[in-house]
Design a protein around this ligand. Structure first.
Ligand SMILES: [Zn+2]
Ligand SMILES: [Zn+2]
Length: 356
C-alpha cells in the first residue's frame, strides 16, 4: 500500500469517525494516559475546575448571608426558600448554558473551523433530519419536556416539609458556611454516590422491560446539550433526581445549602457537556481521572444497548466490562457495520429487534 493511500485512509477515518484526533482512547488505561498529556488545554481544564469550586465557595459566602438576613427581616424561614432557590438557580444555569450557549453554537457557529474540528458526529444535526417541516421540532420538544419535568418539582417542596418536618435537610444558617475544602469533599462525595446509583439505574433502564421509560432520552442519536435533561418524567426522577440527591441526603445536615448548590450545578453542567456533541477542550471534568467525555457518551447514544452506561466516571463500566465494546470500536477505527447515522427512532427499532 502506498503512503498516499494510507494518508487518504487515515484522514477519511478521522473525518468520518472523529472529526479530530484530539483523543483516541484505544483502551480504558490509554484514555487516562491521553487525559494527562501536557498541553495548554489541560491547564485550561484545571483552571476552570479550580475557578468553579473557588467561585461557588466565594459566591455562596457572599450571597447566602444576605438572603438569610433578608429572610429574618421578613420573618421567613430560610429553609423554605433554600431548596427551591438552589434548584431554580441550577435549572436557570441549564437554560443559559444548554439552550442559550449550545443553541447559539449549534445554529450559528457550526461551520466555524474550530467547532468543525471538535464536533463528534459528522452526520446532520437532529433538526436537519427532523421529519417535521419547520425543523425546530427537536429543540422545542426538549424545551417542553424540560419545562414540564421542572414544574413537577413544585408540589414536592411542601411535601418534603410535611414528611421530614423541614423544607430543607441541609444546613441553611449564615454562620457555618462551607469553606473551599468542605465544599470540594462534599461535592466529591455526592459525585461518587451519584455514579454508583446512576450507573445501576441506567443499566436497569436498558433492560427490555424498562426501556420504555428511557426511550425518550435515546430518541435523539446525534446529541446536543439540552438532551442532558430530555427525559420521560419517570426517567428524570429515577436517573437525575434519585442519583443526584442520594449523596446529599446521606450527608443530611453535614451539608450546607451552598455546597448542595455547587453540587447540583456541577451535575447539570456535566450532563450538558457529555451531550453537547463537541469535545470541548475546556471541559473541566476532563481534568478528573476516569471521567466520561462527550465521545464516550456519544457511543452510548449511537448504539443504545452496547455499553458506556456511566455518566461521570468510567469506573463502573470498567468493573462490569460494559465499555469493552467501545474501546474495541475505537481500536477497529469506526462504527459497526449495522449502524446508520439516523438521528431519530429508526435506530432504536434496530436495537429493539436485537433485544427481543
Ligand atoms: Zn441510556
Ligand atoms: Zn445521554
Amino acid at each position: 500500500m502506498s503512503t498516499a493511500t494510507k494518508t487518504v485512509e487515515k484522514s477519511t477515518n478521522e473525518k468520518v469517525i472523529w472529526g479530530s484526533d484530539l483523543h483516541l482512547h484505544t483502551s480504558f488505561w490509554q484514555q487516562e494516559v491521553n487525559r494527562y498529556r501536557p498541553s495548554v488545554w489541560l491547564l485550561v481544564k484545571f483552571a476552570v475546575l479550580y475557578t468553579y469550586f473557588k467561585g461557588m465557595t466565594d459566591l455562596g459566602g457572599a450571597y447566602w448571608p444576605r438572603i438569610v438576613q433578608y429572610c429574618n427581616e421578613k420573618n421567613i424561614d430560610p429553609a423554605d426558600i433554600a431548596l427551591p432557590g438552589a434548584m431554580g438557580l441550577a435549572f436557570t444555569f441549564f437554560a443559559i448554558y444548554g439552550y442559550g450557549f449550545f443553541g447559539f453554537i449549534n445554529y450559528y457557529c457550526d461551520d466555524w473551523d474550530f467547532f468543525k474540528r471538535i464536533r463528534i458526529h459528522k452526520g446532520d444535526w437532529a433538526w436537519v433530519t427532523d421529519p417535521r417541516e419547520d425543523g425546530s421540532g427537536v429543540y422545542s420538544d426538549m424545551f417542553k419536556a424540560w419545562l414540564f419535568n421542572n414544574s413537577l418539582y413544585i408540589p414536592t417542596f411542601p411535601l418534603v416539609k410535611y414528611v421530614i418536618g423541614t423544607s430543607c435537610p441541609f444546613r441553611t444558617d449564615a454562620d457555618s458556611l462551607p469553606g473551599y475544602f468542605e465544599l470540594i469533599w462534599q461535592v466529591a462525595f455526592s459525585v461518587v454516590c451519584f455514579d454508583v446509583v446512576f450507573y445501576h439505574i441506567h443499566r436497569m433502564l436498558h433492560h427490555k422491560d424498562f426501556y420504555w421509560i428511557h426511550r425518550k432520552h435515546h430518541s435523539v442519536t446525534v446529541v446536543v446539550g439540552p438532551v442532558g435533561a430530555f427525559y420521560h418524567p419517570i426517567d428524570e426522577w429515577l436517573e437525575a433526581i434519585t442519583a443526584s440527591l442520594f449523596g446529599p441526603l446521606l450527608l443530611w445536615d453535614k451539608m450546607h445549602i451552598v455546597s448542595f448548590q455547587a453540587w447540583f450545578v456541577f451535575a447539570i453542567w456535566a450532563a450538558l457537556e457529555i451531550h453537547c456533541g463537541y469535545e470541548l477542550p475546556w471541559n473541566m471534568y476532563q481534568a478528573l481521572p476516569f471521567s466520561v467525555d462527550a465521545r464516550y457518551h456519544d457511543f452510548h447514544h449511537r448504539y443504545h444497548h452496547r455499553g458506556n452506561y456511566a455518566a461521570v466516571f468510567t469506573i463502573w463500566d470498567y468493573i462490569y466490562g460494559t465499555n469493552k465494546e467501545y474501546y474495541e470500536w475505537v481500536r477497529n477505527g469506526g462504527p459497526f457495520e449495522d449502524f446508520t447515522d439516523v438521528p431519530f427512532d429508526e435506530n432504536n427499532k434496530v436495537q429493539q429487534k436485537k433485544l427481543n
